[in-house]
Design a protein around this ligand. Structure first.
Ligand code: PLP
Length: 387
């Protein structure tokens, strides 16, 4: 039987209608430089993405090595600048080696696919990033999710799993939609007790937390406690790409077996050169992290005074837990009209009923911009109080 010519169009139209009715339709917005909109939505925590020194380093890298790498790392795309960057990332995080991936999404897919098979047992925090959930699926591993931040629940699951099965415990370092930080010490202790490896995805901690900007794991928790560390370059470091850091044996294994590593073109060399510049700035301008922490403290103090529904986060991710997705869209729209961009986060990114404004702070924000944000939030709260 030939398929009906219009069945796909009907299917797409009905999925679209359903999504709109639920108030969950996602929009892209085209951003133009210097539009005067204050960005409180991005992950550029140190304000490096638009730093002219990074742009300059990127241009120089492209002139020297080419605009593109020309091939995958295992063919001819692994350039000197990639090798240097891997060494610098290993040094920053206190690990023997690091391996570059094109994106954090691919680093997580590749790591899980290379390490796991149908016999592996995975234990993931319920709020882990989508790429970790998808990676478990790609790997075909048995995956269970423990209650967010609940090491007792994790310990119970581990105790019930087969003693001799290979086990991997996985958690975000800083949770991307809540801003809270995982208890790395507790996770490491429980994992070791059950002979499980611990993998931490520190996408939002790297560059922001830690004495050296080395993240919530970095040099504070060594290789024996956290054997697998993932970091991304598109957030605080302001460029793009990601890396896995760990032992020589782990990195060798990923080079052999991680398909999302093997079968993709290496990162453009200019991006690697710009990332090296970002690492220089991270090391020489600790005041950026200091200013960022001051902005977080100021925002939390003022938001508390206004009675806004703050989360417990002490990181630059400061969600306002409004609950209802339509309310979130309304507030985000009013803020945008006032020249302030925030993230409007709804299901399925967060559980139903937990929609939120995801406000992120950035070392390039001025106190004036923060005051403009707080003034608008104050007006929105008042408007709801007086119908
Ligand atoms: C952003 C993010 C990723 C994905 O990284 P990309 O480089 O953007 O693909 C992975 N894990 C976490 C926790 C993230 O927040």
């Amino acid at each position: 039987m030939p398929s009906q010519p219009d069945s796909w169009s009907t299917r797409l139209a009905s999925r679209a209608a359903e999504r709109r009715e639920q108030g969950l339709w996602r929009h892209r917005r085209t951003h133009v430089p210097a539009s005067g909109v204050h960005d409180f939505a991005g992950n550029d925590y140190l304000g490096l993405a638009r730093d002219p020194r990074l742009a300059e380093a990127q241009a120089n890298g492209a002139r020297r090595f080419g605009a593109g790498s020309g091939a995958s790392h295992l063919v001819s795309g692994h350039l000197e600048v990639h090798e240097t960057l891997e060494q610098r990332l290993a040094d920053l995080t206190g690990r023997p080696r690091a391996l570059l991936f094109s994106t954090g999404y691919m680093a997580n897919l590749g790591t899980l696919q290379a390490l796991c098979d149908g016999d592996t047992h995975l234990f993931q925090d319920r709020l882990n990033h989508a790429s970790l959930i998808d990676g478990a699926q790609l790997a075909g591993a048995r995956s269970r999710r423990f209650h967010h931040g609940d090491s007792v629940d994790l310990a119970r699951m581990l105790a019930r799993s087969p003693v001799n099965a290979p086990k991997l415990v996985i958690s975000d370092g800083v949770f991307s939609m809540d801003g809270d930080v995982a208890d790395i010490a507790a996770l490491a202790t429980i994992s070791a007790r059950h002979h499980a490896w611990l993998m931490i995805d520190d996408a939002h901690g790297l560059g922001v937390l830690g004495r050296h900007g080395d993240g919530c794991v970095g040099r504070a928790h060594d290789l024996s406690r956290v054997p697998i560390l993932v970091g991304t370059l598109g957030k605080a470091l302001g460029t793009g790409g990601a890396f896995v850091a760990g032992s020589q044996a782990l990195i060798d294994h990923l080079i052999q077996f991680a398909r999302p590593y093997v079968y993709t073109t290496a990162q453009p060399p200019g991006v690697a050169a710009a990332t090296l510049k970002a690492l220089d700035i991270l090391a020489t301008e600790p005041e950026r992290r200091g200013h960022l922490q001051a902005l977080v403290a100021y925002f939390r103090h003022e938001a508390q005074r206004l009675g806004l529904p703050l989360a417990t986060s002490t990181t630059p991710i400061q969600p306002l837990l409004l609950g209802d997705s339509r309310r979130v869209m309304h507030w985000a729209g009013e803020l945008l009209a006032a020249g302030i961009l925030v993230g409007a986060i709804r299901e399925p990114t967060v559980p139903k009923g937990q929609a939120r404004l995801r406000i992120t702070l950035n070392a390039a924000h001025s106190i004036d911009a923060l005051d403009a944000l707080l003034d608008t939030l104050a007006r929105l709260t008042k408007a709801e109080d007086s119908p």
